[in-house]
Design a protein around this ligand. Structure first.
Ligand SMILES: *Cc1c(COP(=O)(O)O)cnc(C)c1O
Length: 306
């Protein structure tokens, strides 16, 4: 068994009230669940999702998948360095192989991750067993433990139950930004029956309800907990932003002294302010927003147009 001592986390993560008149005037208390403080390098939900997989890997190296700015690739690379495990990152975009690494991929490489670039068509088919085998062979990672793109598998989802359990009795509604939906799937399963979870997808597409259901089926055998999604706050898709969203995030940082990660957390917080304004939360609601990550310096990902 791999020692995960170097991944010793700060758990439960802190839960702090944020006095904010945009919520207070609707009778809503806002709490921030600071999962960004769990571990200095393996941040937030990435820690909760990756550690159960590292345990399941039992000392084998890890291979995983991501785009050129993936938080999940960086987290996996950091875990590999901290534990002395080899890691391979399969990166979407063959054309990136001939360019200087962006700061996010450079960080992965500096942490010892071997990067293997594949074309977009192959990348899309990576869940098909034939394609996966060929990619792993080409990457020299045939014996590695495979963590899926975004890190969401049954182990990861079960790992995120603890996030819900830490919030039992502390809030009526718990809100989280969603990429793959794995964090929401586990969080909802860990909450008490009278609590509900709200997911804010940052990708466009409206496919996430089925994905979260499928993840819960795989992790628990059935749908679990009370959860729903609000698909209106993706701002056009992954890594897309607007001047209004940027200004909102900067203002939130100044008001509350909390660094606001831009790809996920900014959209979550913006969505919650909008929902409070619409009267979506009854007066007397305690609302916990999960701060799932921290800004990564120097990275300005271009919008994903795929
Ligand atoms: C990866 C990530 C998410 C999304 O988690 P999923 O389990 O894929 O939905 C949310 N916030 C931050 C900061 C992330 O890095």
């Amino acid at each position: 068994m791999t020692s995960t001592d170097d991944l010793r986390p700060r758990l439960p993560s802190p839960l702090r009230e944020a006095a904010d008149d945009r919520f207070a005037r609707h009778g809503v208390r806002l709490l921030l669940k600071r999962d960004d403080l769990i571990h200095p390098e393996l941040i937030g939900n990435k820690w909760r999702k990756l550690v159960p997989n590292i345990e399941a890997a039992a000392g084998r190296g890890l291979v995983t998948f991501g785009g050129a700015y993936s938080n999940h690739l960086r987290a996996t690379a950091a875990a590999g360095r901290l534990l002395g495990l080899p890691t391979v990152g399969v990166v979407r975009g063959q054309e990136l192989a001939d360019r200087p690494l962006n700061p996010s991929l450079a960080r992965c490489a500096a942490d010892g991750m071997r990067l293997h670039f594949v074309d977009r068509a192959t990348y899309r088919r990576k869940a098909e067993p034939e394609t996966l085998r060929a990619v792993l062979r080409a990457a020299g990672a045939e014996n590695a433990y495979v963590v899926p793109e975004g890190g969401s598998n049954a182990e990861a989802v079960r790992g995120c139950r603890a996030l819900g359990a830490e919030l039992r009795g502390r809030a009526d509604v718990v809100a989280v930004a969603c990429g793959t939906g794995g964090t929401l799937a586990g969080l909802a399963a860990g909450l008490a029956p009278e609590q509900r979870a709200l997911g804010i997808p940052v990708l466009k597409g409206g496919f996430l309800t089925a994905e979260v259901e499928a993840l819960q089926e795989r992790a628990f055998g059935a749908r679990r907990g009370a959860w729903s999604l609000d698909d209106r706050f993706h701002f056009g898709g992954y890594a897309r932003t607007t001047p209004e969203l940027d200004a909102f995030a900067e203002d939130f940082e100044h008001r509350h002294g909390v660094p606001v990660e831009r790809l996920y957390v900014a959209k979550l917080l913006y969505g919650l302010v909008a929902l409070a304004d619409e009267g979506a939360f009854p007066r007397g609601t305690t609302l916990a927003a999960v701060v799932t990550g921290r800004p990564f310096p120097q990275v300005q990902p271009p919008p994903d147009r795929s």
